[in-house]
Design a protein around this ligand. Sequence first.
Ligand SMILES: C[S@@+](CC[C@H](N)C(=O)[O-])C[C@H]1O[C@@H](n2cnc3c(N)ncnc32)[C@H](O)[C@@H]1O
Length: 240
Amino acid sequence: MRLRGRKGIRENLEAQQDLVVLDPKQYKGRWKERFGNDRPIYVELGMGKGQFISGMSVKYPEVNFIGIDMYDELIRRGSEKAKIAWAQKLEVEVEEVQPPNLNLALGNIEFLEECFEPGELERIYLNFSDPWPKARHGRRRLTHPRFLDKYKQLLNENGEIHFKTDSQTLFEFSLNAFAACGLQMSDIALSLHRDGVNEKHVMTEYESKFHSQGMDIYRCEVMVGREALRRHEQRKMEQF
Ligand SMILES: C[S@@+](CC[C@H](N)C(=O)[O-])C[C@H]1O[C@@H](n2cnc3c(N)ncnc32)[C@H](O)[C@@H]1O
């Protein structure tokens, strides 16, 4: 039974090759060619069921988005969600729609540098990444310096990391990791939706769930690229 189910998922994904990428390594250095334009590429690492990346692709058609997850069933669910979101936007049937600026990639974040060339990405979203609360698992956290070093390589001069979590301990760990890696942070929020849902932000599945339970959402932006840092320096005093 289980095997038949998995085969069904694979067949489903193989039939959606414009949206789904089963071997992202083959596009290393060629993602712009795949999208057919020169627009910036924003990636969500660990996209889950794809609510955020689908919503973002509809909201920002001038950006190319890639959602990555290691489970094929989540890629399948994400593909359904993306098509529904785009069908609503374009007011067409789901079967007729092809999200123009979105790819969903099956892959393991551990091997991110095998999927992208240095400077190929402009933004990395880390949304509700697994907190790995035990100290001995600290190296698995996606904001551990060993991952930050990879992100620094892959992001371009405008590169930023946008990070959201419900975990206070992961947030604390991450702020310290960003600082240890010499990265500037901005727009730090200890309760993103304190005054009601912040409509500027597209919510993820986990965010919707935790927010509805009254939990705080922690968020910050991290400047990585030279230009991102320069813009941040220019506007940082305007906040106060
Ligand atoms: C807690 S969920 C968050 C999902 C989504 N970002 C959200 O906010 O609703 C974390 C996701 O990261 C994915 N993930 C964890 N480690 C991964 C890895 N090494 N490579 C790819 N995906 C990973 C999991 O499969 C899961 O879907």
